[in-house]
Design a protein around this ligand. Sequence first.
Ligand SMILES: *Cc1c(COP(=O)(O)O)cnc(C)c1O
Length: 412
Amino acid sequence: MSYKFLKKDSKIFKAAQGELKRQQEGMEMVASENYVSPAVLEALGSVFTNKYSEGLPGKRYYGGQTYTDIIESVAIERAKKLFDAEHVNVQPLSGAPANLIAYSAVLQPGDKILGMDLSHGGHLTHGHPATFSAKIYKFIPYKTSAAGLIDYDDLAALAKKEKPKMILAGFSAYTRQLDYKRISQIAAEVGAISMIDIAHIAGLVAGGVIPNPVPYFDIVTTTTHKTLRGPRGGMIICKEKFAKQIDKAAFPGLQGGPHMNNIAALAVALGEALLPSFKKYAAQVLKNAKVLEQELKKYGFKIIFGQTDNHMVLVDVFSSKNITGKEAEIVLDKIGITINKNMIPDDPRGPSDPSGVRIGVPAITTRGMKEKEIRLIAKWINEAMEARNNEKILARLRKEVLKLCKKFPIYK
Ligand SMILES: *Cc1c(COP(=O)(O)O)cnc(C)c1O
């Protein structure tokens, strides 16, 4: 990356260079992160950032939309093809705004939503009391069973009792395949709108390696920058009958001008996701996560929800290795492996220092790492946690991580 003009702003230039080095020399295993392609980066840095484009292609509020109409239409068409969708809005600025737009499109203040409990893998925007949406809507959490699957009979009973206006599925730290059909049936039985937030798994759906929820749900929201490997942003996919409400809720309901450079980059990323190479990528993500799960089990780690069916594992490090999630995050950081501490279902410890960690493989899979590298990484994760106070061992592991990272360069 040349940063020919950025060089003149030395503070930002140095930080950008430092960040590139950090990304190159570290093992990025935060489950929600990835590396976009150089083409996506170029589109993000393009002149589309200069343009106001309120409205939709062909129906804008300002002139000069010849090219913005092209990129937004291409993004929509590609997303429709990829997800087999009836209607798509590509304007949500990110995942959290996409969810708020979706709620506001079809619900009234005070309406009830059943959403997955945060400590059982749900997302903050699915009803955590700290969010603004929790002040507007009445969220009722549902949970996973001890075996790790959602208890669908319990969910059905809860839906009958509460009569929610919406049943919301989706997660950021749950690793099992959802029964889309069952959830949508439960919603239909109580007359609720069915919505799923596929922020984490969108790339796996796009790659065709896990089932597509789009046929089953009224509304599907997603981020575009996790497994889907696009720029930061959000998308809403819905049945035609909700199309107008969704579009109006995005603009003028909650947002102003869309970020057209992000939409250009999204169109590029969706084009990449339509290629056979993306199917291969998604399949490798699943393989890598499975190997990680199995190797960590061998080292005595307890895998929450029993196993993984997607791109990440949730590990109870406290009961397995007597180390807290926060301590584990810090010790892995020392050897150059970035992960995040995470609550486990009904965590006896608090959110600031929980029992678990979440480890994901999408970013390192983009770098080209495969089963062989995953086995090494699992070994290092175990060694680092066991030798947590031995700076000499940690320094040696840091060198090994660095050596492997150098073999898999990003942005060559
Ligand atoms: C990441 C995530 C979001 C939020 O996305 P942002 O782009 O950070 O706003 C919403 N829902 C789920 C399930 C997520 O995993």
